[in-house]
Design a protein around this ligand. Sequence first.
Ligand code: ADP
Ligand code: MG
Length: 449
Amino acid sequence: MEDQGWGTASASLRAVVGDNNFRTWIEPLDFRGAIEGVVTFGVPTSFFGNYIRQNFSEQILEQLNNSGVSASRLNFDLLDSVVKTPTTLDQDLHVKSESIEHGVRGGKLDSRFKFENFVVGKPNELAHAAARRVAEGRDVTFNPLFLYGGVGLGKTHLMHAIAWELQSNQSNLNVMYLSAEQFMYRFVQALRERKMMDFKELFRSVDVLMVDDVQFIAGKDSTQEEFFHTFNALVDQNKQIIISADRAPGEIKDLEDRIASRLQCGLVVDLHPTTYELRIGILQSKIEMYHASYPGVEIGQDVVEFLAHRISSNVRILEGALTRLFAFASLVGREITIELTKDCLSDILRATDRKVTVEEIQRKVSEHYNIRLSDMLGPKRLRTFARPRQIAMYLCKQLTTRSLPEIGRRFGGRDHTTVMHGVRRIEELQEADHQISEDIDMLKRALQG
Ligand code: ADP
Ligand code: MG
């Protein structure tokens, strides 16, 4: 029995984390079961779940595995179904990682994830417009709406926003939001408890079904199968379905073809990586909010630009950085300067340092000078090719950790002395030739995102 597994695991956890931690954090966990490596616990608040995830997940997984429960991931469900109070900034400080997601039927959605808090820019305008349309809840024009994009680009935010909007304008509609992981969990639970009829009825009675992170069910055959039936039943009844994933339907590995093609039937829109401008916009909108809670803490435009420049991959991390800065600045009673930012965020900044590759440099430089990649790497000695080639070599030396011989090899097998010569030449030219130094600045910025 898995429960016994948890019994053993939690007993050894007491020794690992100590009595105090055990009583505060481990004892209140309500073990729900383990399915395909995902272990679910009921927790009293989402903060609680996040805290566990950040502080104890490794120990918990390890002890579970030691006790014979195969566990690779933790999942937290809220214990009760009370409407969540608006997340206060204070909680925000702690809830850095993903907040816990749950069914709308219980009335629980992240109160920050509304349309009014979503900053629209070029990379997400299409997804936003589609979400808005679906949120009107009138006729079903595209079914499903499939939103995809990388981590932290706003998929969950948009889905919650749709749910909020539908709830407030069309309270008669039965809206269900859940992650694919929860879909699977409920499905397996229904199987185990022989409640498949209830399960089917539940899912077939909704007007709007939203399933977040659908890539999760890929490779999980019976869950996929059930998802497919649910999906078809709802589409047949002309009920709106909204799906998100981290990539396009056709690119999800181990997702059945028939499901992938079904998912493509409606409207597929992607959230592109954020641009610098969008990141500035997002930061400014957050800063406005923070000013209300941290009167007196000032943050200069130079810091905003620094953050937007340096933390480019994931909005969640960008937000977390800003939150930490405000908290820190208000604690120490100092103005937020670049200096303080570097101190306070050194871990994040280190992790987000962009690693530029030789290939990227070659591609960018050849695009910039409008020459073919093959000409840059090939033997031609014409200035039109040789100069960009040297600039690319110079950038490789500057922006990557490759040695001169390695760089030479990747430039059509050139000798390291050729590379050295090229690098020196560009260093000289940068002093003398204004255009070249400008080009290099621009290329560097483009490459370092
Ligand atoms: P995903 O589900 O795509 O991984 P989330 O929707 O969880 O990403 O977004 C991560 C965080 O970034 C959330 O706190 C969200 O509010 C914020 N965020 C993402 N995009 C935007 C945006 N365009 N405007 C405001 N906040 C955003
Ligand atoms: Mg998400």
